[in-house]
Design a protein around this ligand. Structure first.
Ligand code: DQA
Length: 146
């Protein structure tokens, strides 16, 4: 099984970016932890970050036929991007939305996710563990019980 992790804008700054909200773990640290858990689960992982909306759209489109699941932290684009929503809907690859922080406990503009309705589900508020929980959910994503 192959899982594509996509990370949106400013997540390259994790570690130094608003540590009181996002913690001090870097994206490279998170990737290492994801890879460690993926090895245990025998899942192949591709882990990418972009500050460009169009690049994320391209990666979602290219995932069709190559990945069984997309795990996406769309960051600020979560709240603004019809293009990401349409790409996820168009390719039909099951997607899991994740966030480090609990977007529903923050500013009102973060409460709305434009991608939530086209994702299998959302994991929000568990810090770097959101990534591990999403990986574990990926393994069962086509299970009819969930
Ligand atoms: C985030 C939450 C978003 O609202 C924010 O724009 C981010 C990070 C999170 O992981 O908590 O950049 O997606």
């Amino acid at each position: 099984m192959k899982v594509l992790f996509l990370n949106g804008p400013n997540l390259n700054l994790l570690g130094t970016r608003e540590p009181e909200v996002y913690g001090r773990t870097t994206l490279a640290d998170i990737e290492a932890k994801v890879r460690e858990r993926a090895a245990q689960l025998k899942v192949a992982v591709d882990f990418r970050q972009s500050n460009q909306e169009g690049e994320l759209v391209n990666w979602i489109q290219e995932a069709k036929g190559k990945f069984e699941v997309i795990v996406i932290n769309a960051a600020a684009y979560t709240h603004t991007s019809v293009a990401l929503r349409d790409a996820i809907s168009a390719v039909g690859v099951p997607a899991i939305e994740i966030h480090l922080s609990n977007i529903h406990a923050r500013e009102e503009f973060r409460h709305k996710s434009l991608i939530a309705a086209v994702c299998k589900g959302q994991i929000s508020g568990f810090g770097e563990k959101s990534y591990i929980l999403a990986l574990e959910a990926s393994v069962n994503v086509n299970d009819s019980n969930i």
